[in-house]
Write a protein that binds this ligand. Sequence first.
Ligand code: NDP
Length: 446
Amino acid sequence: MKNQYLIDLIETVKKRNPGEPEFLQAIQEVLESLEPVIDQHPEFIEKGVLASIVEPERIIKFRVPWLDDNGNVQINRGFRVQFNSAIGPYKGGLRFHPSVYEGIIKFLGFEQIFKNSLTGLPIGGAKGGSDFDPKGKSDLEVMRFCQSFMTELSKHIGADTDIPAGDIGVGAREIGYLFGQYKRIQNGFSGVLTGKGLSYGGSLVRKEATGYGLCYFTEEMLKDKGKSFEGKTVVISGSGNVAIYAAEKAMQLGGKVVTFSDSNGYIYDKNGVDLDLVKQLKEVERKRIKEYVTVHPEAEYHEGCSGVWNVKCDIALPCATQNELDIESAKALVSGGVIAVAEGANMPSTPEAIEIFQANGVLFGPAKAANAGGVATSALEMSQNSIRYQWTFEETDARLRDIMIDIYKKSAEAAKKYGMEDNLVAGANIAGFLKVADAMMAYGVV
Ligand code: NDP
């Protein structure tokens, strides 16, 4: 990077946010790819747009006390980072995982600004969560935690202010408890959360949206180069919401999915995975992925989740967590003949891994473009709540597919316009940024 303003800005962000490597990684990637835009538009510097966009509008941090099943008081930390509301109310998921701290939520909130902008829908960027671990907790413990978390969060959100959704560790069960508590506190039924159950304001396709959207994006990226999912071997990491529905759509599009993983290890089924079994194990019984081989002894289970990238494949879809795919994993995928990698998780590939893909001509779909289907369908849920109506599955799915195709096109066009053809990382950052920057310029200093 040559632009001195951007170099200095990254230094300032480093100084202001010590001990938050994920946040710095996200900032660095975005600012680096904006360099050609900034060179042509010095007004973004002069009007303070860049200095503002790296600073959250508001950070809310709170204590979450709750009682476990033995009657002991437990204390967790809750966060909501309301990063940018230039183009719409704050929107972004809640993550419940022991690794959560302010830096993770800031990185996710920052990424969300550009992702939400790319959807073309009027939503700003935010993220929230807690270091609470739902794993191994009873339903009643999860309920008491969610009620306590929402008791504080409810003071800061609203259908026109900030609309949270799910993320790691926050699925249908948690959203139900959170929404029930919000409704009780506010004495009003509003669309304040998305990912709601179908009986209380949820949208069809929301559950499937991130995984399906990831495959619609990948399909378009492949199509642009005369390729498709048909007959391809697909490696997927994770076995949560995004991974399961990415697998479902990849299979519908003619791919053969051969892996799933969790934080302990991965399964490899050379015959193609039994998706109904994975849904039963993960969505209903909340078991570990290794249980797969008790039903399918012909499949393999390996300890350690990063080994999944050694499985030879044509298409890789990382759908677990940030920085799960490093330089060694990227090299293994390239030597296995991978032709396309698209990110279902947020920032799953390290910067060095992305360099390997780009240097070897692997098609690469970055998270903020490729996994935007979840938040896009959340925005469709907000629209349906506002008009008090529910679209059919087919109608909502068709809108999702159109949005993903549009995101691919916008990202590819922006990359080409700024001299970085086929670099979708840069294209997505630029296309997402320009709309938000334009709105921020219109407001003056705010
Ligand atoms: P889930 O909680 O449903 O599933 C998460 C999966 O990732 C689990 O299989 C989990 O395994 C695995 N995982 C989590 N942490 C780690 C870790 N440190 N190392 C290895 N594996 C890990 O979450 P989602 O499927 O909703 O989210 C997955 C990713 O997709 C996240 O990056 C999220 O931010 C992103 N995303 C999600 C969206 C959504 O709509 N849900 C929208 C856009 C992005 P284990 O059970 O062992 O923890």
